[in-house]
Write a protein that binds this ligand. Structure first.
Ligand SMILES: Cc1cc2nc3c(=O)[nH]c(=O)nc-3n(C[C@H](O)[C@H](O)[C@H](O)COP(=O)(O)OP(=O)(O)OC[C@H]3O[C@@H](n4cnc5c(N)ncnc54)[C@H](O)[C@@H]3O)c2cc1C
Length: 398
C-alpha cells in the first residue's frame, strides 16, 4: 500500500509527489499519458517560479525557451496599447512538465504514467484507484491533480461540474518559426502581447514568442464561446495581416482546451483526499495562469499530508488545514483577480485602457499582473486604487 496516490502528473501532481517522496513517503504518480507529453498551454510563467522551486534552476536548460521582457496589452477597440517591462519565462509544456515529472521520480515517486485512473473508492481505511487496465492501486490517501476535467473532483462530490461561465474555452497553437524571425519581429525584448476582449467577447488573445516557436492562443469565457474555432481563425488572419506571424505559419498543431476561470471551488478536501491545481479552480481569472498556483498547492498539499500521515489522521477535519493555508497564501488573491476580470471584460474596458495608457505607474502594475509576476492581493488593490486616483486626477485636472 502506498502512503499517497497522486492522480495526474501535471505541475500540481508532480510537485506534490516530489515533495512527499523527498520526505520519504511511499508515493505513486499516476497519469493517463506517458511522459514526455504535451499539454495545450501558453507556457508563460513568472521568472520568480525558480526561486520558489529552486530544484528547477539546475534543469533550466531542459525547459527554458527564453525570457520575454516587455508585455504589450492591446485594448478591446485596438486603439490603445499599454506597455510595461516585466519578465516572463517561456517554455514548452512538453519539456517543462517532463522536468517536473522526472524530479518527482528522481526523489523516489513510483511512476504509473500511461495508466488512466478510471474511478476511485474512498473508505476510512484509505483509497483504491481503479486503473484503465483493470488493475488497482491502494493508498492511505489521494491527491487529485487531474486537471480541469477532474474525475477525482467529480467522484468526491467536491466539484460535480463547472458552470459554462466559470470556464474559458481556448484554442492554442505553438507555431514553428525561425529564431531569427522571432528576434526580428519581437525585438531583443521578445515583446509578448495580450489582446483584451477581441471582437467584444469576454476573454483574450495572446502571443508568446519563444526560442523557435510562437505561441498563439485565444480564450473566450464558456457561455460566449460558441464559434471559438471561427474566432480563432479570424484572430490568426489578423495576426498574419499585421505581420505578427508569417503568412505561411503552420497551424496544423492547433489544439482546444478548457481552463477554469471562475475562481476556486469552495472546498478542496474530503476524507482521505485533497485537490490541487486546475481540479480545484486554482487559476488567475485575468490571465489564465495556473502553473504557479498548481505547483504552490502541490507543495502545500505535500506538507499537510506529511503531517497528517505522521499523526495517522486523514479525515476531512484534519485535512481542512490545507484549505486554510492555500486560501491564505493565494486563494483570496484569486478572488480579487476575479473582480478585476469582471471589470475588464465589461463594457467599460476600452475606457479603462484609455485611462491606463495615460499613466505609466498603472501600466507597470497592469503588465505585472498580466505576466504572472504579481502574486499578491495588494497588487489588485494597488491597481484599483491607482485607477481611482487617475480618474480623479483627470476629472479635477491636477
Ligand atoms: C490554452 C491554455 C493556455 C494556458 N496558458 C498558461 C500560461 O501561459 N501560463 C500558466 O501559468 N498557465 C496557463 N494555463 C493554465 C495551466 O495550463 C494550468 O493551470 C496548469 O496546467 C494546471 O496544472 P495541473 O497540474 O492542475 O493540471 P494539468 O496540467 O492539466 O495536469 C493534469 C494531468 O492529469 C492527467 N489526467 C487527467 N485525467 C486523468 C485520469 N483520469 N487518470 C490519470 N491521469 C489523468 C493529465 O494527463 C495531465 O497530465 C493555460 C491553460 C490553457 C488551457
Amino acid at each position: 500500500m502506498f502512503d499517497v496516490a497522486v492522480i495526474g502528473a501535471g505541475p500540481g501532481g508532480s510537485t506534490a509527489a516530489r515533495y512527499l517522496a523527498k520526505k520519504g513517503y511511499e508515493v505513486c504518480l499516476i497519469d493517463k499519458d506517458k511522459f514526455p507529453r504535451d499539454k495545450p498551454c501558453g507556457g508563460g510563467f513568472s521568472t520568480h517560479l525558480v526561486d520558489e522551486f529552486p530544484y528547477l534552476k539546475r534543469r533550466e536548460k531542459d525547459f527554458l525557451k527564453g525570457v520575454c521582457r516587455v508585455g504589450v496589452l492591446h485594448s478591446p477597440n485596438r486603439k490603445t496599447v499599454m506597455r510595461g517591462r516585466v519578465d516572463m519565462a517561456v517554455a514548452l509544456r512538453t519539456d517543462f512538465d517532463n522536468v517536473l515529472f522526472e524530479s518527482a521520480v528522481d526523489e523516489g515517486a513510483t511512476s504509473l504514467a500511461g495508466h488512466r485512473a478510471k474511478s476511485i473508492d474512498i473508505s476510512p481505511n484509505g483509497a483504491v484507484v481503479n486503473l484503465g487496465d483493470g488493475s488497482t492501486v491502494t493508498a492511505r490517501t489521494l491527491v487529485g491533480a487531474d486537471g480541469v476535467t477532474s474525475m477525482v473532483a467529480r467522484s468526491t462530490g467536491l466539484n460535480t461540474r463547472w458552470s459554462s461561465g466559470s470556464v474559458t474555452a481556448c484554442r492554442v497553437a505553438e507555431i514553428p518559426t525561425k529564431s531569427s524571425f522571432v528576434e526580428d519581429l519581437y525585438t531583443e525584448d521578445r515583446e509578448y502581447h495580450f489582446f483584451a476582449n477581441l471582437g467584444g467577447l469576454p476573454g483574450y488573445g495572446w502571443i508568446f514568442p519563444k526560442l523557435d516557436t510562437i505561441n498563439v492562443g485565444l480564450g473566450i469565457v464558456g457561455n460566449h464561446a460558441r464559434g471559438l474555432p471561427m474566432y480563432f481563425d479570424s484572430f490568426v488572419k489578423l495576426l498574419k495581416s499585421e505581420g505578427y506571424i508569417t503568412r505561411e505559419a503552420d497551424l496544423r498543431g492547433v489544439k482546444g482546451a478548457l481552463l477554469p476561470t471562475g475562481g476556486p471551488i469552495s472546498k478542496s478536501y474530503s476524507n482521505n483526499c485533497l485537490l490541487v491545481g486546475d481540479s480545484a479552480g486554482m487559476v488567475n481569472p485575468i490571465t489564465g495562469g495556473g502553473i504557479a498556483y498548481a505547483m504552490s498547492a502541490g507543495k502545500l498539499a505535500a506538507g499537510v499530508l506529511g503531517e497528517c500521515l505522521d499523526q495517522g489522521t486523514l479525515d476531512e477535519t484534519a485535512l481542512s488545514l490545507y484549505q486554510r493555508i492555500w486560501m491564505q497564501q493565494f486563494g483570496t488573491e484569486i478572488k480579487s483577480q476575479l473582480l478585476i476580470q469582471k471589470i475588464f471584460t465589461g463594457p467599460l474596458a476600452s475606457t479603462l485602457f484609455e485611462i491606463g495608457a495615460r499613466d505609466s505607474s498603472l501600466q507597470d502594475t497592469v503588465s505585472e499582473m498580466m505576466s504572472e509576476a504579481s502574486r499578491g492581493r495588494n497588487d489588485v488593490m494597488k491597481l484599483l486604487g491607482r485607477f481611482l486616483y487617475v480618474c480623479l486626477r483627470e476629472a479635477m485636472s491636477f
